[in-house]
Design a protein around this ligand. Sequence first.
Ligand code: ADP
Ligand code: MG
Length: 700
Amino acid sequence: MEMKKTDSEASPVVFGDRVFSIKVMRDYLSEKAYKSLSTTICSASTLNPDIADEVAEAMMRWAVERGATHFTHWFQPLHGATAEKHDSFLSPDREGGAVLQFSGKELVQGEPDASSFPSGGLRATFEARGYTAWDPTSPAFLKGDENGKTLCIPTVFCGYHGEALDKKTPLLRSMEALSRQVCRLGTLFGIKADGKRAYATLGPEQEYFLVDAKYYEERLDLLQTGRTLFGRAPAKHQQMEDHYFGAIRSRVMAFMQELDRDLWSYGVPAKTRHNEVCPAQFEIAPIFEELNLAVDHNMIVMQVLRETAERHGLVCLLHEKPFAGVNGSGKHNNWSVCGPDGKNWLTPGSSPHENAKFLTMIVALMRAVDRHADLLRAVVATAGNDHRLGANEAPPAILSIFLGDQLSDIIDQIEQGGAKRSKDGGTIRVGVTSLPTLPRDATDRNRTSPFAFTGNKFEFRAVGSNQNCAGANVALNTIVAEALDEICTQIEKDLAKGMDLNGSLQKLLPAIVKEHKRIIFNGDNYTAAWKKEAARRGLPNLTQTPDALRALVTDKAIKLFTSYKVLTERELHSRYEVYHEAYEKTIRIEASCAVNMVRTQILPAVLSYQSQVAQTVTRVSAASGRSQANEPRRLLKNLVAETNRMIKAVDKLETLIGGGSNRSVLDTMLLVRKSVDALEGVMPADQWPLATYAEMMFKL
Ligand code: ADP
Ligand code: MG
């Protein structure tokens, strides 16, 4: 696909020209190798080792023709970012020259020194090796510019005994688990898999902030922690609701245009771009893709966001809460299931039979989310995301499902249909009764729900903007696989007893609805009333990461993940350790940074201003009499008092960094912040050492 830009100077945009796609492969591989590899990719099966050398050689040829000098196995360790170690294609030829070489072995497996990646105790130092293994289902791509390019090969990353040390390994395992159960349900509904797999689809909406690099560099907190630890709310921020979908400023537009062009060249189907709620906040959303590819593409999006911003003198903030008091950033995780028939199974169908399948899926999701609400909370638990989920903003830490009025009504009717005495005319016989058409993009779309049905997909909105969304989808895939497994087992038993499919569903679905309907909530999730109601329903509300993370290592979670061979008990524990440690470290780094900023930037500025005011008091008193200096004296008194409070709080914070609880560190940081922000409000603007919120949000 070629798109010509209207600007005559601009070069045409070529979609996917950095990607070694299936289409490209055809030109670079023999017929036999091409067929074998494309089958491997489509069915997510294992690569035929006989063709590895040919594929590697073809990839290298293609890459070198486009300026590549190096290759790298590109993987996603548990710290959440991507990792790459480059090797050149060069090999000495023993005659003083060199040849370009890239073998099948190098393509298929790598062995980076893994000792410096977080493993949560999975890898003792004596077995520090980590292995990367090619994931042919996500195409290789070229990174870099005219100065040289690197062939990036998406890989999984694991330890010597195959222990998962990354985000992709469990994602692929969970996709297999989901596919197995979806195909099994398909069989019951008369859908033949024919060797095809089912898969989840993902469209992650990525929110981000942009600030001028000049301000970013002035702020140690942004540089070191990704968020502002101090900063007084400006008079105007998002109150007027005039930024959302507003006209995009020209500087930002230039950035977005380049961003889209770059992403398209990576084969990322970037689709939507717009201003978000807060000034300086924006969103980019791609067209949804098969889950594994969509996750890789989202990692590329985050990278390209940062790089493009840099070229425009901007910095892209992906932190969940760069600024206090205004909207934070999330990554709405739009998830659905594509069956082996190639159709979206979360779309209501046109026949009662299709609708029965749709309703079975919805009910399975109800069971999955209700039973594992704690787990879905755990997989979005990070220090950064706590500022969103724990606060009174979208979405809350309480998991619930929004189905919309119409689908909720249908679910209610199903529940009643299973009861002995059902309401006349008001009940649905699953698989027999036709459903009313459900409106897609219903007007009652609820923006406050953490888990919303939006016509043909579920939107899990609690994922943090800075997170690798693999974790959330590993959980989603697996809990849905479990629910479907149970449902299929029950139906298969009923069929064996001679019951028909509709009869079985008519019995089964109402029972599941009854058991799990407490998870449905269509109201406003931000209210205090919902918090109370959720507590009454027994839904967990874990606002802080350390509490939330425990759900990863409960017996329930261990049973779930081991049953479906997604994560072993050891792997789960290692993840728990890694995430817990990351949380602790983040809090301590933030606290140290705060102490440092107060002592070396804020306090000196405040003391210098104090002395100016003190001088003013003395001079005004001397010149005009003591009583004439009352107001400057009052200013000085307040200034000194606030400064002393700040010093006391910062002293306390410093002692807590070593051994204080996370909670006490966080609380004391807020205490320090209160004084700092108050001082910012009385200090002369030209003497305040930090870029202000107003500057960062509005001077773009
Ligand atoms: P919004 O929720 O902002 O109104 P849309 O609902 O149109 O926007 O889409 C949001 C995201 O959901 C997009 O990335 C879109 O591609 C994705 N999406 C749409 N259909 C599906 C699907 N079946 N599976 C996964 N993601 C989907
Ligand atoms: Mg959305």
